[in-house]
Design a binder for this molecule. Structure first.
Ligand code: APR
Length: 238
C-alpha cells in the first residue's frame, strides 16, 4: 500500500464564519467594530491596556457562548486527521478553539489562542476561559504581568520552526478561509510550491493570491470543505 499523502492545511477566519465568529476583513477592515491598530498591536496595548484587555475579554466571552459551535468544515478536517494521522498537519491563524472542539487533536495555533493568557515576563502560557486584566496576578511570578496570548501585528508568529518543517514535507497544501493578506502565513503557499506540493485554495471567493494556487474552489466552507475531504479520501483510497 502507498504511503498516504502529507497534507498541510492552513485555516483562517473564513472557516469559523458560519459558526458565528466574524472574519477580520469583511467588515471595512474592522474586527468586531474595532480597528486593528487599536486592539492588535503592542503599541495599542502600551497606549490603552484597558481597552485591549476588555476587547479580548469580550472575544473570549463570545467564544465560550453556547451559540458558538464548530461547523461542518471543522468537523470534516477532524475526520481527515483521524484518517491521515501524522500525515496531516493543521495550522490555524484563528485564535478560537473550534478545531479542537470538532475533534482535531494536533492544532498549531500560529497567532495564539483566546483561551490562553501569557506572562509578559516569562512567556509562560496558562489556560484561561475567564476575564483578566492588568491587575490579575500571574501564576508563575505572582505579579500583574498577564497579557492576551495573541500574536499582535509586528510580533513573531508561534511555532514557526515546526511550520517550516511541515511546509518542506507537504505533498498537498490547502489554504481554507483565509484572505492571504497577512504574512508570513500568506507566503506558505510559495514554500509549499517549492517543495512540490499541489496547492489548493478553498475560500468564499478567489483571493488576490489565487494565481499562486494550482486549483481554487469557491463557496462556503461548510459545503466545500466536507466535499473536498470526501474527494481526497476517495482519490487516495484512504
Ligand atoms: N466560507 C469560506 N470562506 C469564507 C467564509 C465562508 N463562510 N466567509 C468568509 N470567508 C473568507 C473571506 O472571503 C476571506 O477571504 O474568509 C477570508 C477571511 O479573511 P480575513 O478576514 O482576512 O481572515 P484571515 O485571513 O484569517 O486573517 C489573517 O489577520 O487580522 C489578522 O491575526 C489576524 O489571523 C488573522 C490574520
Amino acid at each position: 500500500m502507498n504511503a498516504p499523502p502529507r497534507v498541510l492545511i492552513l485555516t483562517g477566519a473564513g472557516i469559523s464564519a458560519e459558526s458565528g465568529l466574524k472574519t477580520f476583513r469583511d467588515n471595512n477592515g474592522l474586527w468586531e467594530e474595532y480597528s486593528v491598530e487599536d486592539v492588535a498591536t503592542p503599541e495599542a496595548f502600551a497606549r490603552n491596556p484597558e481597552l485591549v484587555y476588555r476587547f479580548y475579554n469580550e472575544r473570549r466571552a463570545q467564544l465560550t457562548n453556547v451559540c458558538v459551535v464548530p461547523n461542518a468544515a471543522h468537523e470534516a478536517l477532524a475526520k481527515l486527521e483521524r484518517v491521515l494521522g501524522d500525515s496531516l498537519t493543521l495550522i490555524t491563524q484563528n485564535v478560537d478553539n473550534l478545531h479542537e472542539r470538532a475533534g482535531s487533536e494536533r492544532v498549531i495555533h500560529m497567532h495564539g489562542e483566546l483561551l490562553s493568557s501569557r506572562c509578559a515576563t516569562t512567556n509562560k502560557t496558562f489556560k484561561c476561559d475567564t476575564p483578566f486584566d492588568g491587575q490579575t496576578l500571574c501564576a508563575c511570578c505572582n505579579t500583574p504581568t498577564l497579557r492576551p496570548d495573541i500574536v499582535w501585528f509586528g510580533e513573531m508568529p508561534q511555532h514557526m520552526e515546526l511550520i517550516m518543517e511541515s511546509i518542506s514535507q507537504a505533498d498537498i497544501f490547502l489554504a481554507i478561509g483565509t484572505s492571504g493578506n497577512v504574512y508570513p502565513a500568506a507566503g506558505f503557499v510559495l514554500g509549499a510550491k517549492d517543495s512540490g506540493a499541489k496547492c489548493i485554495e478553498l475560500n468564499l471567493e478567489p483571493t488576490a493570491n489565487n494565481w499562486f494556487f494550482d486549483e481554487s474552489i469557491s463557496g462556503i466552507a461548510t459545503k466545500i470543505v466536507p466535499e473536498f475531504v470526501e474527494r481526497l479520501i476517495k482519490e487516495f483510497n484512504l
